[in-house]
Design a binder for this molecule. Structure first.
Ligand code: NAG
Length: 244
């Protein structure tokens, strides 16, 4: 037998190297989400790290203090919503997670009634939720997300799309409707502070809202393609106010 020829020491070595492998190989199963909708850099470093900026607006019912940066995908409920893969290009999938549907249901990110109820309050578990994004027509927004190991060299750089609803929606757009109003395409791998832990690299993208937006509330969708027909979304509302 092969096993019987192995000494105790070599077995121990094999087990030990396995453990090292397990803890050092980045998990390909971790998935991303929009961590901040209105990120503002606080200095010229233009870094997405908490040390060099702050978040002023969040996705719906975002538990701001629940976990360290990049760790909400293992929150309960988890913060990555993978849309259903049943249709060819996920067009029939729910655009914003209801916490129940999808390949991997996420947290409840449906439109609040009223819209403000998804912000600056408490989530279902009584945890503090983040503020809503306040902006203006033509305003710039910088959105942040964690790399979750997918911004490394050997991964294909798949786009993030940002889409908007019409003004003051009474329900969220369908995925098809969102795709008819994509206002920005962002570079998933635009990360900074690239330390050895590729899971927690902070990444993000900046874009300008259309300058002809009327004041009001809009639903906004962050949608990231990981593989063909594999999409993750996060939903937020933005309050577009008159230019001062
Ligand atoms: C990439 O990130 C930097 C911050 O490091 C940001 O200033 C820039 O706008 C981002 N680029 C794009 C195309 O979003």
């Amino acid at each position: 037998m092969i096993l019987s020829s192995l000494t105790k020491t070599s077995l121990t070595l094999i087990v030990a190297s396995f453990i090292v492998l397990l803890t050092q190989t980045p998990s390909v199963e971790s998935h991303s989400y929009a961590d901040c909708i209105d990120w503002r850099f606080s200095n010229k470093k233009n870094s997405w790290s908490d040390k060099n900026g702050a978040c002023h607006g969040y996705a719906r019912r975002f538990p701001v203090k629940a976990k360290a940066f990049a760790k909400l995908d293992s929150d309960w409920p988890n913060r990555h919503y993978q849309q259903s893969r049943s249709s060819k290009d996920s067009l029939s999938a729910l655009a914003c997670s209801d916490g129940k549907q999808g390949k991997e249901p996420g947290a409840d990110e449906t439109l609040g009634k009223p819209v403000t109820s998804a912000y600056s309050g408490k989530d279902k578990r009584g945890r503090k939720t983040g503020a809503m994004t306040q902006t203006k027509p033509g305003g710039q927004l910088c959105i942040r997300w964690p790399a979750k190991n997918h911004a490394v060299k050997n991964e294909k750089n798949q786009p993030v799309t940002i889409a908007l609803s019409g003004r003051n929606p009474s329900k969220d757009p369908t995925q098809k409707q969102f795709l008819n109003n994509v206002i920005a395409k962002l570079d998933y791998k635009n990360c900074t502070d690239k330390g050895s832990n590729t899971d927690i690299w902070p990444c993000g993208g900046c874009f300008k809202l259309p300058s002809n937006l009327k004041t009001g509330y809009y639903s906004m969708q962050w949608r990231w393609k990981l593989n063909s027909n594999e999409f993750y979304t996060s939903c937020a509302d933005i309050n577009v106010r008159a230019k001062k």
